[in-house]
Design a binder for this molecule. Sequence first.
Ligand SMILES: [Zn+2]
Length: 278
Amino acid sequence: MENFQPKIAIIMRDDEIIKEFNLKRVTVNTSFGPVHRCYEGYIYNVPVLIIYGRFNGEKVPSSYINHEQNIEVVKNRNISKLIGTFVVGGINPEMPQGSVHIVKDLVGMGPYKIHWNQNQPFHNAEMYEPICPKLTNMLIAATENLDFPVKKDSIYVTFYGYPRIETKAELDFYHRQGWDIVGQTCDPEATLARLNRICYAAVCVQIDDPLGRSEYIGTLKEKKEAKQYVESIKSCRKRTSKLVLEFLKKFHEEECETCGKLIRKNNNFREFPDDFYE
Ligand SMILES: [Zn+2]
């Protein structure tokens, strides 16, 4: 495995893929400390790095996730492409649990904070087009042979309501806006990828839908035995894994004209002009 250089990183929890392709666990050092949950090897002919989920060590609310550390893993392994896989909430009553989505755009509905190394010049990420079009087109091409439908232009709203999921009023509002899915992690991951000039794309699967959540509460009220209203995370993830595998089967390296260049650097920050000092 010496000199092994992954061409793409994928954040994905899939034990079967790691076993089937005999990926080797490696530790990647970052300025936040080592990340042990990394797996490298070939999937089909593509050298990949899998980061096994976003939580380092323990399960905590999503606001505790060290997204910067996860992105630093990708950067420190000299990888310029990243695909995030996500389990998300459904917004559209027409899209049932289990529906699979390729993200086209993001909406941020709340604050998040990142640590900023103040020795580095600061700039805001250019996010007019937050998702890499090249990677996304390859994901779209990979849906051809799947035995389930994939919505290929979904809008993901990032909800910072932790530690809770969305209210009915929030889902109704999102639906009226035309947004498709909701989660707590795709951003700031996408923003940090952009700040680090990494091509980024996202694949999501819905664990629930508004009707299922409503019906579940209805059956509780009627004192009937309530059926589980979420599909199991494992069976949901099977679908995003299938899409990622099809993507890797067809993966070819393509020059991306945009993601690496979308920077708005400000190297000349001064608090105020020098001649304002007495
Ligand atoms: Zn790109």
